[in-house]
Design a protein around this ligand. Structure first.
Ligand SMILES: [Zn+2]
Length: 136
């Protein structure tokens, strides 16, 4: 269709048709978002503001939620606002805390191997139990 060949009334009809199409697509977009949230068990309005309920987000570097030095590329990874659950009502496991705790336990084990304890065996067992509880 060449819009320059239409009469004024035909143009008005075309504008009305396109407005109806836009309204239809906007309603469909809202419906699809609602269905996706429902599929994930997220009540509409309770989705994470960082990822919109997807559980993933794009970070501005390759460091993602891990922080530290990263490359110059946007990278998708688990959302650190909800830790993948899509809602802040019931967050997923805090991967940053797990990584930190895991590094700490590993460091303690290294110290243990050299015979220079900084933690007692009970403290180390408690840390391992906490780490195991977080990993489930
Ligand atoms: Zn999120």
């Amino acid at each position: 269709m060449n819009p320059f060949s239409l009469t004024k009334d035909e143009l008005r009809d075309e504008v009305d048709r396109l407005r109806e199409r836009i309204t239809h697509l906007e309603e469909r977009r809202e419906h699809i978002l609602y269905e996706m949230l429902e599929w994930r068990g997220i009540e509409p309005g309770m989705q994470c503001s960082s990822c919109g309920g997807s559980g993933r987000r794009t970070y501005s570097s390759t460091a993602t939620w891990r922080g530290g030095i990263g490359g110059q590329a946007c990278t998708d990874d688990v959302c650190d606002g909800c830790w993948g659950s899509g809602t802040t009502v019931r967050k997923g496991i805090n991967l940053r805390a797990i990584l930190s705790l895991s590094s700490y336990v590993s460091a303690c084990e290294t110290v243990d191997a050299s015979g220079d304890w900084k933690l007692t065996g009970d403290e180390l067992r408690t840390l391992r139990r906490l780490l195991n509880a977080q990993e489930r």
